[in-house]
Write a protein that binds this ligand. Structure first.
Ligand SMILES: [Zn+2]
Length: 94
């Protein structure tokens, strides 16, 4: 089972937000099942902060994630998507 921690470090925030915008995997989205017009933009994609994930459109908060999402290990799964990496200007081996 993946490790679940309540607080993120700055590096973990970077990893998580890169993950959230990678489009290689489904990102965390607002857990409130919100379907109002404000959530139609980006499907309520959550933003990672050191205090946890926050929905940019409402008060929804989430304070956990999977270990592989915050330690950059998701990028090892990501190497099969070189076109996406190039678009982001990132190196999968870094
Ligand atoms: Zn929301």
């Amino acid at each position: 089972m993946p490790t679940i921690d309540p607080v993120f470090t700055p590096d973990e925030v970077d990893s998580l937000n890169a993950y959230q915008h990678s489009n290689a995997f489904h990102p965390f989205t607002c857990g409130g099942d919100r379907t109002d017009e404000k959530h139609l933009d980006g499907e309520g994609r959550l933003v990672a902060t050191e205090q946890g994930f926050k929905c940019p459109f409402c008060e929804y908060r989430q304070d956990w994630c999977h270990q592989w999402m915050k330690d950059w290990s998701w990028k090892s799964k990501y190497r099969q998507f070189p076109d996406i990496l190039r678009l982001e200007g990132k190196d999968a081996t870094s």
